[in-house]
Write a protein that binds this ligand. Structure first.
Ligand SMILES: [Zn+2]
Length: 326
């Protein structure tokens, strides 16, 4: 009786991931291809639409309700246009998606509605679904990957801000910081607390160690303990400003072998106002999956469009979620 599915897309600087989630909680295995095809296409949005059509043909899925796209970008308040997507570049290093109306552009080529969101909001949609947090008043997420991304869910909606670009937590300033960020600004969080910053530390202090082993081999040494404190500062800042019901912490850096999670939690609590909210902080680590952005995009679309799902949707999706993995 419940039919149809949502196509979820997660576009990163390296990978383009696409999958589908049914309103009955079933999933289609996701496809992953290098996202470089977008930058090299004459018409990038037509190329993305062609990838959607190819996925639908390959999987044989019928009755697509909508396409939901997540991008590592600043997205406008109407959730149609992107302002800046520095990670999707053409051969001439041009940012090929900057200032494009993604929704109207894709709908020209696809005969179903398209939704657009900041990728970290979709990650938070996924994490809140998996951890049953949709009934909480304030949920904050911090994802430490290549950069430092954040999302806030407050009083039943994702925090947008006047222009749609609220909570650029990766670009809050560090006092007296001298490093320059990829955004062009000086002293951003991402200069000190991100995968990029970690790579620079590894090259400077531990050049003989493979980056993936750096916490296993040197996690207790000063450069990495300072890095962990740098990661804790924006999380503690969120705790002090928002007094949230919980904070979700995730991202590829936190998921690295040997990452000192206990030390991170200790530093977050140390930098949070006492006695409250510090004494009653709820910090949850994200259950990282490669395709969480795809599933999160689908969950966001189902919620946003008020699409009716089966009573067993949540249970089924949680059971099926590993089938999405590629
Ligand atoms: Zn910056």
């Amino acid at each position: 009786m419940y039919t149809g599915h949502v196509i979820g897309i997660d576009i990163g600087g390296t990978h383009f991931r696409i999958g589908a989630v049914g309103v009955d909680g079933t999933v289609q295995k996701a496809d992953v291809i290098p996202s470089s095809f977008i930058g090299s296409a004459a018409r990038p949005l037509e190329a993305i639409a062609d990838a959607v059509k190819a996925y639908v043909r390959k999987t044989g899925i019928a009755n697509s309700l909508c396409v939901s796209v997540g991008l590592p970008a600043t997205v406008d308040r109407q959730r149609k246009m992107v302002y800046s997507v520095p990670n999707i570049i053409g051969p001439d290093s041009r940012h090929v998606l900057d200032n494009l109306n993604i929704v109207d552009g894709l709908e020209q080529y696809l005969d179903i509605p398209v939704l657009l969101n900041k990728d970290v909001n979709n990650l938070l949609a996924y994490d809140m679904f998996m951890q049953d947090l949709y009934d909480e008043e304030i949920v904050v997420a911090c994802y430490i990957g290549t950069g430092f991304g954040g999302a806030i869910y407050i009083y039943g909606q994702f925090l947008m801000g006047k222009h749609g670009v609220a909570n650029e937590i990766g670009h809050i300033p560090y006092y007296k910081g001298k490093e320059f960020c990829t955004c062009g600004k000086r002293a951003c969080t991402e200069c000190y607390a991100s995968g990029r910053a970690l790579k620079q530390l590894q090259e400077k202090y531990f050049p003989e160690t493979f980056i993936g082993d750096v916490f296993l081999k040197h996690g207790a040494e000063a450069p990495l303990l300072e890095f962990v404190e740098a990661c804790a500062l924006p999380i503690a800042t969120q705790a002090n400003i928002m007094d949230p019901d919980c904070i979700i912490i995730g991202g590829g850096v936190v998921d690295m072998p040997g990452f000192p999670k206990e030390e991170l939690l200790r530093q977050v609590k140390a930098h949070t106002r006492h006695p409250l909210p510090a004494d009653d902080l709820t910090l949850i680590f994200s259950e990282q999956r490669r395709n969480m952005g795809v599933v999160g995009a689908a969950i966001y679309a189902l919620t946003e469009r008020g699409i009716q799902t089966s009573e067993s949707f949540a249970r089924e999706l949680k059971l099926n979620i590993d089938k999405q993995e590629t």
